[in-house]
Structures are given as C-alpha cells and as structure tokens.
Write a protein that binds this ligand. Structure first.
Ligand code: HEM
Length: 290
C-alpha cells in the first residue's frame, strides 16, 4: 500500500471538508486557498526532486484505485493496459492495470530526450509559480498602498505564465503521435486550453493597460478560474470519468483536456456574478495599478 498516495487522499478529503464548511465565509478563503496550494506543490515539486518518471508514477497511482474499482479478475477494459514491470505505479501487485494514457505518459518520459523532460519541468515549475503569485495578488488586491507592487507582481505572473504555456505548447506539439492520448485531438485540445488560460490573462492585462479596472477584475477572475480548471478540475474530472469510460480509450483524458479550463472560467464567472449581485459595490475597482 503506498502510504504517500493514501496520505494524499486523506489530505484531499480534509480540503473538501474545509471547502464545504468555508466556501461562503470569505474569512476562510485564505486557509482554503493556502491548503490547496500546499497540495499542488506536494504534487508538482516531487517531479523536480525525484525526476519525471517517479512524479508520473505517483500521479498515475492516484487514479489506479478508482480505475480498478469493480473490475473482476482477468477483465481488461479497452482503455486500460499494463506497463513494464508495473514501474508506472506505486501500488505494486495490488493494481497492475492502468489507464492507457497513464502508461503512455510514463513511457514518454522514461529515457526521454532532455528537451522533452526539461519542457515538462519548465511547464510545471512556471505554472506552480503562477499559482503562488496569483494567490498573492488575490490576497492583497484592494489593500491600500500596494498599487505598484500589484503591477510588478502582475508582470512577473505574466512572465512565468508565458514560459509555462510555451513549454506546454511544445509538449502538446508531440501529441499527434501519442494515440493513447487521442493523437491530434489531444494536441489541439491542449492548444485550446492554452488559449483559454493565456487569453484570459492577456485580456486582464489589456484592461489594466486601458485603465478599465472593473473589466480588469472580471478578466483576472476568469483567468484564476481557468488556472484552477486547468489544474484541479482536469485532475478531479479524470477521477470520475476514468472509471466511467474505461471501455472507451482516450475519452476521459480528452474530456479533461477540452473541458477543464473553459469550465473553470464559467464557474469563476458565475461565482463573481453572484458576489456582485449580493454586494454591487464589490464590482467597482479596488486596485489602481499602472
Ligand atoms: C495552459 C494550460 C495548460 C496546458 C495547455 C497544459 C499542458 C500540459 C501538457 C501538454 C502536459 C504534459 C503531457 C505530455 O506531454 O505527456 C502537462 C503536464 C502537467 N501539467 Fe500542465 N497544462 C496546463 C496548465 C497547467 C497548470 C495550471 C498546472 C499547474 C501547476 C500544470 C501542471 C502540470 C503538471 C504537474 C503536469 C505533469 C502531470 C501531473 O503530475 O499532473 N499544468 N500539462
């Protein structure tokens, strides 16, 4: 039994409880966001410490339990397969079947060209930094006297987002040959995801340049939603759709690739509208940065 995987499940359940109890209490939001950030860093920093294959094996192990639920002995669904010596999972002999996208993901980074591995490191490091910076922005937005710090942090966020997205585009450009991801459908899905995340950030930046602070706030909330979608919704969706679609290879991964970021934008926009409806003044500009 991989203790680290079980520990992570426990931490996610605790996070869900915090969200359920504090979602409507703004004072609890820094705790909820901080807890989520620690979980994200726990998942991502391990790639830099243990290397890509070990980080990916941990990632696949998170899904193995759900994907194997209810399978009878000897049953092999179309969307599941094995990897050499079961090295792509931490579950040992408990689970030897994994989603084929997971096996392909592992195989892509074992003995991978250094450009590919480094692109993955740049992608996840820069996007993790963006996650930290955007939370700092949210925490301090509206506080008096921080306008120039807000502008500098905003520029830094855009810088790291550009690097992280460029690395993702490079990785995605290789996916036309990865049939277990969905080939070109995966490639173009990741391009659309990049457009959704980066486009929202660019719109927010454009509104700030124009001095339209109300729309700056609207687009930056959408951007935060896209980031949460691209990371958390993507992964949570896989947990649900993986077991549901295990007879249809690539379907669960493609749903996450195409739907996670736009869903994140829609949810963030819906939340913002409901806050603004409850307190109309919150829609007014709070930070004036140049
Ligand atoms: C702009 C939207 C995003 C796109 C297009 C994107 C794309 C990708 C691609 C193409 C891969 C590698 C798959 C492969 O080449 O085999 C990947 C993996 C990964 N991405 Fe992203 N990504 C996005 C957003 C994010 C965000 C916001 C984070 C948060 C830090 C993130 C963190 C990761 C991590 C950690 C992995 C490795 C798999 C895992 O352990 O979760 N990505 N992403």
């Amino acid at each position: 039994m991989p203790i680290s995987v079980l520990g992570f499940y426990g931490a996610v359940v605790l996070w869900a409880v915090l969200i359920a109890r504090g979602a409507f209490k703004p004072k609890q939001w820094p705790l909820i966001a901080g807890f989520g950030l620690v979980l994200l860093l726990f998942l991502n920093v391990r790639y830099l410490i243990e290397g890509a294959p070990a980080g990916i094996a941990f990632f696949i192990s998170l899904y193995d339990f759900f994907d194997n639920v209810g399978l009878s002995a000897g049953e092999v669904p179309s969307a599941m397969g094995t990897c050499q010596q079961n090295a792509c999972s931490l579950w040992g002999t408990t689970y030897e079947l994994h989603q084929t996208w997971g096996v392909a993901f592992y195989d892509r980074f074992v003995d991978a060209p250094s450009l590919r591995t480094n692109a993955l490191y740049v992608h996840l490091s820069c996007n993790s930094i963006v996650f930290i910076l955007m939370h700092a922005q949210l925490l301090w937005a509206g506080k008096p006297g921080i306008a120039s710090a807000h502008a500098s942090l905003g520029r830094a966020t855009l810088f790291f987002l550009t690097l992280g997205t460029a690395a993702a585009l490079y990785l995605a450009s290789e996916h036309d040959t990865v049939q277990s991801y969905g080939g070109s459908l995966a490639e173009w899905g990741f391009y659309s995801m990049s457009l959704c995340v980066y486009g929202a950030a660019l719109m927010g930046w454009r509104m700030a340049r124009r001095g339209d602070w109300a729309m700056h706030r609207v687009w930056m909330i959408r951007f935060v939603g896209a980031m949460y979608g691209a990371f958390w919704l993507f992964r949570v969706l896989l947990m649900v759709t993986g077991p549901l679609f295990r007879e249809w290879e690539t379907v669960s991964l493609l749903i996450s690739i195409w739907a996670s970021a736009p869903l994140g934008v829609l949810m963030a926009d819906g939340l913002r509208r409901s806050w603004d409806a409850r307190s109309p003044r919150s829609g007014e500009p709070s930070v004036r940065a140049g």
